[in-house]
Ligand binder design. Structure first.
Ligand code: HEM
Length: 412
């Protein structure tokens, strides 16, 4: 176990802290800043060059309060992302569950919630195990790979495609589109704003094709569920269906891939933990929780205050933006002993990487299962894993992505 604070431990003037700077997050989560904010200004007014400013939350308790109080802190008023969408964009964001408030939110969430219960996910377990073994098994053919594309990206895309009924030949293309859509801050992935817009338009077209196919041949897929579902005694309209479809593809892909890549990286940086997991794979479920705490795949989500409220003793005015910084909450020393220590025995581990409350991640059961199966299979298949080059991280203040991670290894 090692202690790690990724940026320098020197104090920065509070007004110089810029959590919106994607080039900072691209290096590593700025834990020195997050720690400083948590101790000096836990509910901190943060100016932004491209907006009116926001409250930055870095304490576990405050993130929990805001995330579990959807009446006072809305996902609908300004959407879940830092920047306000343009007016027509806001209408679309409000049609996606992550941009809704109760009671409407509950109705939309219930359409798909039954597909994500532990019972339903355990029904997927056997085939997910086979697919994981197949993908990881391909590593036996060599001694080096680019872990993100060759392994981490493939399993989440497989799972969400199986759930949605996307045929195998379309999956790679859909993966690329979802990538360009969400990772649009990175010029390498989305060189121009048009790249992401074109990706979005193509994904939109694909969702429409899928609807036609599933209407002609209804199945037990999530896509058919969306098409057949009723809210308020009516079916979803085309736009609601399409945006739901697109959101599930993106949400299912980006995050689990990120957690997988960061998981391996964390284990390579903490060899004692890696060795213990090899010797005792029963520790893997706890290790997965620690990986999620250590490197939250999403840096933040946003709420907007619907009334004058107080958080952690600070007055927040109606209409103010509030950003919940998960990396801050996950290393709050009042909740986690030695928060900067990667500790695979940590239990309980109330990490907030899946959010909490009304919008708690619907895919959490699936993501956990997927990560457990992957690390079990990986550590049983290869050994002497080394980084062949420094990992290349995503330029983003939203997604904690790794773009490329070249590794070498021996087959067991
Ligand atoms: C390690 C993997 C994952 C992480 C860290 C993650 C993280 C999150 C977070 C933080 C939220 C809360 C959003 C908010 O409070 O505004 C969320 C919501 C959501 N996630 Fe995940 N997610 C992961 C995997 C998945 C997967 C695999 C799926 C689908 C197959 C999924 C589907 C969703 C959906 C549908 C929501 C919206 C729930 C709602 O608004 O009620 N996620 N996720």
């Amino acid at each position: 176990m090692t202690d790690q604070i990724t940026s320098q431990g020197t104090r920065t003037a509070l007004e110089d802290i810029d959590l919106t700077d994607a080039s900072v997050w691209e290096q590593a989560a700025p834990h020195a800043w997050l720690d400083q904010l948590r101790s000096e200004s836990p509910v901190h007014w943060h100016e932004e060059s491209d907006g009116p400013g926001f409250w930055a939350l870095t304490r576990h308790e405050d993130v929990k309060q805001v995330s579990t109080s959807p009446k006072e802190f809305s996902s609908w008023v300004g959407g879940p992302l830092r920047l306000d969408p343009p007016d027509d964009g806001l209408d679309q964001v409000r049609m996606v569950i992550i941009g809704m408030d109760p009671p409407e939110h509950r109705e939309f969430r219930n359409i798909v919630a039954k597909a994500f219960t532990p019972r339903m996910i355990s029904r997927l377990a056997e085939s997910l195990q086979l697919e994981t073994a197949r993908v990881v098994g391909e590593l036996r053919e060599g001694t080096r790979c680019e872990f993100v594309t060759d392994v981490a990206a493939r399993i989440p895309m497989w799972s969400i495609s199986e759930l949605m009924g996307v045929p195998p030949e379309d999956r790679q293309r859909l993966y690329e589109l979802s990538h360009a859509l969400i990772d649009d801050q990175d010029p390498e992935i989305a060189p121009t704003p048009e790249t992401s817009l074109e990706g979005s338009a193509e994904l939109f077209g694909y969702a429409t094709e899928m609807a036609a196919r599933e209407r002609a041949n209804p199945s037990d897929s999530l896509t058919s569920m969306l098409l057949e579902a009723e809210v308020d005694g009516r079916k979803l309209n085309d736009m609601e269906y399409t945006l739901f479809f697109m959101f599930l593809i993106v949400a299912g892909n980006e995050t689990t891939r990120t957690a997988t890549s960061h998981g391996l990286l964390a284990l390579l940086e903490h060899r004692d933990s890696l060795d213990r997991l090899v010797a005792d794979p029963d520790l893997i479920p706890l290790a997965v929780e620690e990986i999620l705490r250590w490197q939250p795949p999403i840096h933040h989500f946003r709420r907007t205050a619907t009334a004058d409220v107080e958080v952690g003793g600070q007055k927040i005015a109606k209409g103010d933006k509030v950003l919940m910084w998960y990396a801050g909450a996950n290393r709050d020393p009042s909740v986690f002993d030695h928060p900067h220590t990667f500790d695979i025995d940590r239990s309980p581990n109330p990490q907030l990487s899946f959010g909490i409350g009304e919008h708690f991640c619907l895919g959490a059961n699936l993501a956990r299962l997927s990560l457990r199966l992957l690390f079990t299979e990986l550590l049983a298949t290869i050994e002497n894993i080394e980084l062949a080059a420094p990992p290349r991280r995503l330029h983003s203040n939203l997604i904690n992505g790794i773009k490329e991670m070249q590794i070498t290894y021996d087959v067991r």
